[in-house]
Design a protein around this ligand. Structure first.
Ligand code: HXC
Length: 523
């Protein structure tokens, strides 16, 4: 028998696959991962693992590599091209997710990286599931030139196509510079981390060169800046873990896509629960502020409330709660900030929230206590007419069930805007202490009785009499109730059972809009 020829030992195909996988999964390697952690940041894979339900990640395109060759890219190893993509489950429901990997060339976005993101976005739209982007990137990969710019634009285009179709969420977990900020800006909700997230169009050095202003990453585009001043950021987290917990909480209020209703939870609270606290607020002196958050929590199941845009335009509070298990979006004037008046920021904040709820079938509860629009040169010159009109437009366009409660003041144009009957509030209630009028008693008396007050022997006494007369006639809900502009004046303590019954009744609401391409919201 001839001696068997000795074959070279070749690894099995499976072994080869496992090795390729391991190499790609290692990202930029242990040293860069350590550097990432030293900055208080997690790696892309650690982030996904914390965000999703255990063991639910199905990765796509792990083995994708760049085909770029310029500037020595063909000599570099860029595992997974710097982004981890795939599908997973959150709270038991499917989502698509991508996480940029800063350990691979600073998470910079080349064409292959962009196409991986585009692929999961396309999958999300096809499957009708939310997309969550975890951003941590030095921006367009300089070595790939215009292909990186094209890659970004492909993502932007998909953000717009998916807008209003599936919920889109962005978490900024590191730098986000240049045009890269526009993908998060096009999504529904932006999360940032205190101290480690930064968003800006041009960095501090360019700002210094162009305008002479001195700033650093934090003051220019940190979480606090964007949450409070620019309004770019909707949710701030103290840590990445906290951020992922908040994303999971938010998703629980949302439907998977625009064809579904949001997910109802098991009812956890008595739908007939009445409230002493609301009764007391209803009996307060009209000039005394109260905490609108307490009112919202008192109405909500289990006193739970997820506030959106908490630090921006605090004069208008927006967020999600549950009523008898069903998610509802709430918009409420806050008398503790600008006396609850509407200004530019509040109008834009409210409009965006109302638009979101309408797009995703989340019914709207509006709690009104508004003395009017905030006056002043700054507001007028800043465009309160154009920008304030957005909230009006959003409410008038919204076709989801709309239930309104006038708690106290509803004056002037702000009465109309805040989901009044005239912009098609479905069921509009008022507390007995509500004042629905063109303006407050003092202002009205000053205008109506200008000459008489001037001529009066004792102007202060006469003013008090006239104010009392105005309050008696106009500063009540009954003028509006007489005309059917308010469907019912309700006892404050019964607000929760009342609005729960209203939303139950409105569940089957369907509205046909006029056939048109789209409206032209003031921008
Ligand atoms: C290629 C990049 C990169 C980029 C970072 N890197 N940004 N490579 N293209 N845009 C690489 C670095 O060379 C480095 O590689 C590694 O990533 C880590 O970066 P460091 O600078 O060492 O990290 P750090 O000190 O933490 O600074 C992070 C940073 C900084 C603040 C993001 O890297 C930075 O300023 N990058 C440029 C940001 C920027 O201006 N991007 C372009 C924006 S314009 P090595 O191999 O040395 O470790 C844009 C246009 C989009 O994005 C347009 C869409 C319409």
């Amino acid at each position: 028998m001839s001696e068997k020829k000795k074959r070279p030992v070749s690894k099995s195909k499976t072994q080869d696959l496992l090795e390729r996988r391991a190499k790609a999964e290692a990202g930029g390697g242990p040293e860069r991962a350590a550097a990432q952690r030293a900055q208080g940041k997690l790696t892309a894979r650690e982030r996904i693992a914390l965000l999703i339900d255990d063991g639910s990640f199905e990765e796509t395109d792990l083995l994708v590599e760049t085909r770029a060759t310029d500037f020595g890219l063909d000599q570099k190893s860029l595992p997974a091209d710097g982004v981890v993509t795939g599908s997973a489950k959150i709270n038991g429901r499917p989502v698509c997710v991508y996480a940029q990997d800063f350990t691979v060339l600073g998470g910079s976005l080349g064409l292959a990286h962009a196409m991986k993101i585009c692929k999961v976005m396309d999958l999300a739209v096809a499957a009708g599931v939310p997309v969550i982007g975890l951003c941590d990137s030095g921006g367009a990969r300089i070595q790939e030139g215009v292909e990186s710019l094209g890659g970004y634009a492909e993502i932007f285009f998909r953000n717009v196509q998916a807008s209003g179709y599936v919920p889109q969420i962005s978490a900024i977990l590191g730098p986000c510079a240049g045009g890269a900020v526009y993908s998060p800006a096009l999504t529904d909700f932006v999360f940032m981390i205190e101290g480690t997230s930064h968003m800006f169009i041009t960095g501090p050095e360019v700002v210094k060169a162009a305008t002479g202003e001195t700033c650093d990453f934090e003051s220019l585009g940190g979480a606090q800046t964007h949450a409070q001043r620019s309004g770019v950021c909707h949710f701030v987290a103290g840590s990445e873990q906290d951020c992922f917990r908040q994303i999971r909480e938010l998703l629980d209020y949302l439907p998977q896509n625009c064809r579904e209703a949001p997910k109802a939870a098991m009812a956890s609270d008595d739908p007939r629960r009445e409230s002493d606290l609301l009764e007391r607020v209803g009996e307060l002196d009209a000039a005394k502020p109260y905490k609108i958050h307490d009112v919202i929590r008192e109405i909500s199941d289990g006193h739970q409330f997820l506030e959106v845009h908490k630090r921006f335009a605090p004069n208008l509070v927006c967020g999600f709660l549950r009523l008898d298990g069903e998610p509802v979006g709430v918009v409420a004037n806050n008398p503790q900030s600008l006396s609850g008046a509407l200004d530019i920021d509040a109008s834009e904040k409210g409009a965006r929230f109302v638009n979101f709820c309408d797009a995703f079938n989340v019914p709207l509860l509006t709690l009104v206590d508004v003395p009017g629009y905030w006056p002043g040169m700054e507001q007028e010159h800043g465009g309160i007419i154009r920008r304030g009109a957005k909230l009006l437009y959003a409410y008038a366009r919204a076709t989801v069930p709309k239930v309104t409660v006038v708690l106290r003041k509803a004056y002037g144009g702000a009465y109309d805007v805040m989901s009044s009957k005239h912009v098609r509030g479905d069921l509009n209630y008022a507390w007995p202490c509500a004042e629905i009028a063109v303006m407050g008693p003092q202002g009205a008396v000053s205008i109506l009785y200008k000459a008489e007050l001037k001529a009066a022997k004792d102007p202060a006494k006469r003013r008090a009499e006239l104010v009392a007369g105005y309050v008696e006639t106009f500063a009540s809900p009954f003028q509006a109730a007489k005309r059917g502009y308010i469907d019912e004046v309700i006892e404050a303590r019964k607000t929760r059972p009342k609005v729960i019954r209203a939303f139950r009744f409105l569940k089957g609401k369907k509205v046909q809009r006029l056939p048109k391409k789209h409206g032209n919201i003031p921008l």
